[in-house]
Design a protein around this ligand. Structure first.
Ligand code: HMG
Ligand code: MG
Length: 303
């Protein structure tokens, strides 16, 4: 039996997780153009923005305008981050397909990111998930700091399993496990997944790696061995979390696609279109993107 899957789903989070941490505020029209280019590249899911407080994440304060101006392609799920009822209301008004709720596995990051304790967050999210489902939306639940917290240090796997279960019991369709600050290593991913997947259906689990220490692709490989087939990534390796000291770019979509296609694993994504979209956002940001694929492109040589 082949241990690798025949296909993998890649969820593009660059317009949200990527841009939320950039010093340069990309104009709305460039965001819209970029997301439209991503829609043409073959993704099944694009997280296009966040309905959070604009004082907390000013880079994404134009979420409503972006939602109203992008060309939505049938078959693509357009998702946005939603922290509470106020965010959900905006997401419903703008016809978002998927609400992504989020919380952390560590107390201090949760507090710094969404200004609540973990226990208080359960109460808020329970009602958000319920209402979103009533509206016919898909709901994804992010769990951050699964592999370590910049404030509290090591994260307990028991806590990760407990919070994951609580989120799934609320009715989320998918759980995305975040290595928020990119501290996970392959052995740790193996150990966490070995325990977690005894309690949780792997079909419901996605992995969300950041590449701070250059280990994101190695961590993907271990996740694939556990049967995980959904990964979040940001084109060009953009990204981070402004409320997680040390969080650098997400796993780069272009590097992930390159690796998977090289292994004969389908993603449905067109590498040429991906390059065009990466060059576009690189120009809009006025800085070279960190992915290996973009470094090769920027050098103008594969040597
Ligand atoms: P708060 O201050 O506790 O909110 O913030 P509040 O409920 O006390 O309300 C205070 C004010 O905020 C009120 O306005 C509300 O109306 C307003 P006022 O009456 O003072 O004028 N407000 C809002 N405004 C706009 N949109 C909203 C909203 N909610 C309340 N949704 C809150 C709590 C959650 C809003 C805040 O902490 C926040 O916006 N946090 C966002 C943090 C964030 O986006 N972090 C980055 C994303 S997470 C991440 O990157 C990790 C991930 O990638 C996975 C991984 O890598 O691990 C997902
Ligand atoms: Mg993230």
């Amino acid at each position: 039996m082949n241990k690798w899957p025949s296909s993998v789903t890649i969820k593009e989070v660059g317009p949200r997780d990527g841009l939320q941490n950039e010093a340069v505020h990309v104009p709305t029209e460039d965001k819209v153009r970029w997301i439209d280019m991503l829609s043409e590249a073959g993704y099944q899911s694009i997280e296009f923005s966040s309905f959070v407080h604009p004082k907390w994440i000013p880079q994404l304060k134009d979420a409503k305008d972006v939602a109203g101006q992008i060309s939505r392609k049938p078959g693509i799920t357009y998702a946005a981050l939603v922290p509470n009822q106020k965010g959900l209301k905006a997401a419903i008004e703008t016809g978002v397909d998927e609400a992504a709720v989020f919380m952390s596995a560590s107390e201090t990051h949760n507090k710094k990111n969404i200004n609540k304790s973990i226990e208080e967050t359960f109460h808020v999210l329970k009602d958000v998930v319920h209402k979103a489902k009533q509206q016919g939306m898909r709901v994804r639940g992010y769990l951050s700091t699964v592999f370590g917290c910049p404030y509290d240090g090591a994260t307990s796997v028991d806590d990760v399993i407990y919070i994951s279960r609580r989120l799934l019991d609320m009715g989320i369709d998918e759980l995305s496990l975040g290595d928020t600050i990119g501290v996970a290593n392959p052995r740790q991913v193996d150990e966490v997944l070995t325990r977690l997947l005894q309690k949780i259906d792997k079909e419901k689990v996605a992995l969300h790696f950041h590449n701070t220490q250059g280990m994101a692709l190695a961590n993907v490989l271990v996740s694939l061995e556990h049967g995980i087939t959904t990964f979040d990534s940001a084109l060009g390796g953009l990204g981070g979390c402004p409320y997680a000291k040390g969080a650098s770019g997400n796993l780069a979509t272009d590097d992930l696609v390159h690796m998977l296609h090289g292994m004969g694993i389908e993603t449905g994504i067109d590498e040429e279109k991906l390059k065009e979209a990466a060059l576009f956002i690189q120009k809009a940001l006025g800085k070279e993107l960190p992915s290996h694929q973009m470094q090769i492109l920027n050098r103008g040589t594969e040597g």
